[in-house]
Design a protein. Structure first.
Length: 270
């Protein structure tokens, strides 16, 4: 994957975001919640990116905002891949009425736009991080279900699967030893792409006040708070907006490179 330019760029950008989130307590020059009299301060040696309307260090809030964003996004994508993947695997392997029933439920979820479905869930359950994770998870479950089901249906037609079945192998062994390895690659690639969109959804819902709640740092809440001060200090919005752009671009490019590495037939597509 690193041999492709897009993959290398994506790995670098995504890695920087991940490292910033992981090492936020070490890298942050100040407590992201600590207020000071130096409000709307310009970048300086004491505050490299300046301060916000409450005198809080902007760089520290960006780093801890990355942590909030990645915790929500990674949790949601992991849960969606696990739940949706299981649904798709069972539906694709056993087919029949069970497949029909599960896929109709998936179709109902897919009828709603991802952001709209997540928004409806959070609005119903209430604004909190667990509810935000649950909302994004529910929105992504049908995507993974469809991908895994298609991969399982394709893998079942392979000669080695037919041979294992002819030799009397049990379903559990066939699923674990023969089919599962052929399903993992598309799931990992899709998870990478969904991670980037999950970051945007988290930011959008937090911007609307339905995600991470102040004063906890979040890129979305930072953008929301910056609206009032756009004329006085536009940098308050530029900083988190740039961070979101870098994160989304990085994970998208990383997904492109990962897809090329895991399936060379798709190189140059998408």
């Amino acid at each position: 994957m690193a041999r492709t330019k897009t993959g290398a760029i994506g790995l670098t950008l995504g890695g920087l975001v991940a490292m910033g989130a992981l090492l936020a307590p070490v890298l942050a020059p100040a407590d992201p919640l600590a207020m000071s009299p130096r409000r709307l301060g310009l970048p300086s040696a004491a505050a490299w990116l300046g301060t916000d309307q409450f005198g809080r260090d902007l760089l520290s809030r960006l780093l801890f905002g990355a942590r909030s964003s990645l915790i929500v996004s990674l949790s949601a994508v992991t849960l969606a891949a696990g739940i949706g993947g299981t649904v798709g695997f069972v539906a694709g392997y056993f087919e029949g009425r069970l497949d029909h029933l599960l896929m109709r439920a998936v179709d109902v979820l897919m009828a709603f736009p991802t952001l709209l479905l997540a928004l409806a869930v959070v609005a119903t359950l209430g604004a909190s991080v667990p509810n935000l994770i649950a909302a994004i998870t529910l929105a992504y479950i049908p995507i993974f279900s469809r991908i895994v089901r298609g991969s399982v249906l394709s893998a079942k037609q392979n000669d080695f699967v037919q041979a294992s079945r002819a030799l009397g192998a049990r379903d559990a062994r066939i699923m674990a030893r023969e089919i599962l390895p052929n399903v993992l690659a598309p799931v990992v690639v899709q998870a990478t792409f969904n991670l980037s969109t999950a970051i945007m959804i988290e930011a959008a819902l937090s911007f609307l006040g339905l995600g991470v709640q102040p004063p906890t740092p979040s890129w979305g809440t930072m953008l929301s708070e910056a609206r009032t001060f756009m004329e006085l200090d536009p940098w308050l919005a530029v900083a988190p907006g740039t961070a979101i752009t870098i994160a989304v671009l990085g994970f998208n490019l990383f997904g492109d490179g990962l897809r090329d590495a895991l399936d060379p037939r798709l190189r140059g597509m998408g």
